[in-house]
Design a protein around this ligand. Structure first.
Ligand SMILES: [Cu+2]
Length: 499
C-alpha cells in the first residue's frame, strides 16, 4: 500500500493533496488554515472497523484490451475480463470485497465502487484516494460492504467508463423477506467505442468548440454532427437531454438486433435490478404489457410504487418487481430525447419477438417521478436540521463545454469542509438549461423534500435540489456530475472531513 503520512494543509487557498504534488501557490483567495483527514488515516481505519468487517471474498479482475462480441457486432474495446458488462460481483452485506485488479490496459486506471459507503482509501479516485494503477501493475481493493442493494463498479480515470469497463456489484441481505422468484440484473449502456470512434475522440470534439451551436429552443429537430448530437429534447429533462451520438444502446452488452432473452414461467415474480452505465444517456425503461413495482432507488428500499416507465440517469439504479404475463415481451430502454432504443426480451411462452424498433405504449404512460417516492421506514434518516449547508452551483455550458462547480473546474485541491457527526445539506443549484445527474461518493444522501435515499440524483434545468447526509464516513469524497463528459470537463469537486 501507499504511504500517506503528510498532513494536507490548506495554505493560501491551496491544499497539498497526496500524489497530486501540485499545490498551486495562489496568494489570492486567502482562507483560514484547514486540515483534512487523510484517506489512509486512523480515522478512516476506525470507520471501517466500526462496520465489523466480515468474511473476505476474493475476486480477480483483469482490465484488458480485446475484441468483444456485442451480439454479432464485434468491436475492439476495453473491458473487465473480455466481457461487457464484466462479471457481476455478488456477496452478502457485512462481507469484505477483496478485489485484485490487474491493469493490462495501455493507460493508468482505477476502480470506483459506485454507491458503496466504503472505506475512503478504496474509493478509486486517482490522486485523491490512491495513485492511479500503471499499465502492467496490480492493485488490491479491500473493503466492507455495509448496505445491501444494487451497486456497480467502473474506472474513475478519464473517459474510460465509456468503453466496456463496468460491472454490477450486488449486495444481498440474508434477512430480506424475498417476495420474488427470480432475479435479473439489467445494465444499460450507450455505445460508440470501436464503432464510430473512441470516448477520447468524443471528448476532443465536445471540447474543441467546433460545431456546437446554441441549440436551445431552436427546434431544428434532432441532428448529429460527428459524435455530437443536437436537439435531443425531453419533456422531462428539458431542451438538452444529451449531447453525444451513440450508434448503439446496449442492454446487458447486446445490441437491439440480437438481444438477451430472459426465460421464465408465466406468473413468476422477477426482481429486475436496473443500472445505467451510460456516459451521456438517460434511459426511459418499460416492459411491454407490464407495470413495474419500484422497490429500491440506488440500492436502498423505498415504499413500493407502480409505474409504466422509469427514467434512469447515468449512475442511477432502480430495482423493480414484476409479475410475468404469458408470451414474449420487449424490455425497452429508450435513449431519452435521442430517438433510439436498446432492448432485451423476456419470454414466458410461445410467440414472435417484436421488431427491434418496437416501442411499447408503456414508454409514454406514467413515468415515475422522484416526488412519488418515499424511503422505506428502516432507511429513512432521522429528522434533523442541517448543521452545515454547502451550495454547489452547477456552472458552465455547452458552447465552451466548460462544466464546473461554483465556477471552478476540477476543483480537487480545495475540499469543501465538513465535520464528522454533522448533518450536511448539499444544495445543487442549476441555473442552466442542461440537466445533471449529481453523484456523491461514500454516502447515501436523502432528498430533503421526501427523504428518498439515493447516491445519484437528477438535477433538472432551473432546479435547486437539496440533499442531506450524515457525515459518518471520514475521508475525502468526490461530488460530481455522472455525465461522463461533464465530469471530465470539470464538473467535479471534493468534500473533505476536517481533522
Ligand atoms: Cu452534468
Amino acid at each position: 500500500m501507499h504511504a500517506l503520512t503528510r498532513r494536507s494543509v490548506l495554505r493560501g487557498g491551496a491544499v497539498a493533496l497526496p500524489f497530486a504534488g501540485l499545490a498551486a501557490c495562489s496568494a489570492e483567495d486567502e482562507q483560514p488554515t484547514q486540515s483534512f483527514v487523510e484517506t489512509d488515516s486512523e480515522r478512516v481505519a476506525a470507520a471501517e472497523e466500526a462496520r465489523s468487517p466480515g468474511a473476505i471474498r476474493e475476486f480477480q479482475l483483469n482490465a484488458v484490451e480485446s475484441e468483444v462480441d456485442l451480439g454479432g457486432l464485434i468491436v475492439p474495446t476495453w473491458s473487465y475480463g473480455g466481457r461487457v458488462p464484466g462479471e457481476p460481483i455478488r456477496l452478502t452485506k457485512g462481507e469484505q470485497v477483496k478485489a485484485v485488479l490487474t491493469n493490462d490496459l495501455p493507460e493508468e486506471t482505477t476502480i470506483h465502487w459506485h454507491g458503496v459507503q466504503l472505506r475512503c482509501d478504496a474509493d478509486g479516485v486517482p490522486d485523491v484516494t490512491q495513485p492511479a494503477i500503471a499499465p502492467g501493475e496490480a492493485y488490491t481493493y479491500q473493503f466492507t460492504v455495509p448496505d445491501p442493494g444494487t451497486y456497480w463498479f467502473h474506472p474513475h480515470v478519464g473517459v474510460q467508463l465509456d468503453r466496456g469497463l463496468y460491472a454490477p456489484l450486488i449486495v444481498e441481505d440474508p434477512d430480506e423477506a424475498a417476495d420474488w422468484d427470480l432475479e435479473w440484473t439489467v445494465v444499460l449502456d450507450d455505445w460508440m467505442d470501436g464503432v464510430t470512434g473512441t470516448p477520447g475522440d468524443v471528448l476532443d470534439q465536445l471540447t474543441s468548440g467546433m460545431g456546437m451551436m446554441d441549440h436551445g429552443g431552436m427546434d431544428m429537430g434532432l441532428m448529429a454532427d460527428g459524435h455530437m448530437l443536437m436537439g435531443a429534447s425531453s419533456d422531462i429533462l428539458g431542451p438538452d437531454a444529451g449531447d453525444v451520438f451513440y450508434p448503439h444502446h446496449l442492454v446487458n452488452g447486446r445490441i437491439a438486433a440480437d438481444p438477451e432473452v430472459f426465460e421464465a414461467e408465466p406468473g413468476a415474480r422477477v426482481r429486475i435490478r436496473f443500472i445505467n452505465a451510460g456516459g451521456d444517456t438517460a434511459y426511459r425503461i418499460a416492459l411491454a404489457g407490464h407495470r413495474m413495482t419500484v422497490t429500491h432507488t440506488d440500492g436502498f428500499p423505498c415504499v413500493p410504487v407502480e409505474a409504466d416507465a422509469i427514467l434512469v440517469g447515468m449512475g442511477e439504479r432502480y430495482d423493480v418487481v414484476v409479475t410475468l404475463e404469458d408470451g414474449v415481451f420487449a424490455l425497452v430502454a429508450e435513449a431519452e430525447g435521442k430517438q433510439a432504443r436498446g432492448r432485451a426480451l423476456l419470454r414466458t411462452g410461445s410467440g414472435e419477438a417484436p421488431a427491434a424498433d418496437f416501442a411499447p405504449d408503456e414508454l409514454t404512460g406514467h413515468v415515475l417521478a422522484y416526488e412519488e417516492l418515499e424511503p422505506a421506514e428502516e432507511v429513512a434518516l432521522e429528522g434533523r436540521e442541517p448543521d452545515r449547508v454547502i451550495d454547489l452551483e452547477l456552472t458552465g455550458g455547452m458552447e465552451d463545454f466548460d462544466w464546473s462547480i461554483n465556477g471552478k473546474p476540477h476543483d480537487l485541491d480545495n475540499p469543501y469542509a465538513i465535520e464528522e457527526g454533522e448533518r450536511v445539506r448539499l444544495r445543487f443549484v442549476n441555473g442552466e438549461d442542461m440537466w445533471h445527474p449529481m453523484h456523491l461518493h461514500g454516502h447515501t444522501f436523502a432528498l430533503a423534500d421526501s427523504g428518498l435515499r439515493k447516491d445519484t440524483a437528477i438535477v433538472l434545468p432551473g432546479q435547486t435540489l437539496e440533499v442531506d447526509f450524515d457525515a459518518v464516513n471520514p475521508g475525502r469524497w468526490m461530488v460530481h456530475c455522472h455525465n461522463l463528459y461533464h465530469g471530465e470537463a470539470g464538473m467535479m469537486a471534493v468534500l473533505g472531513y476536517l481533522m
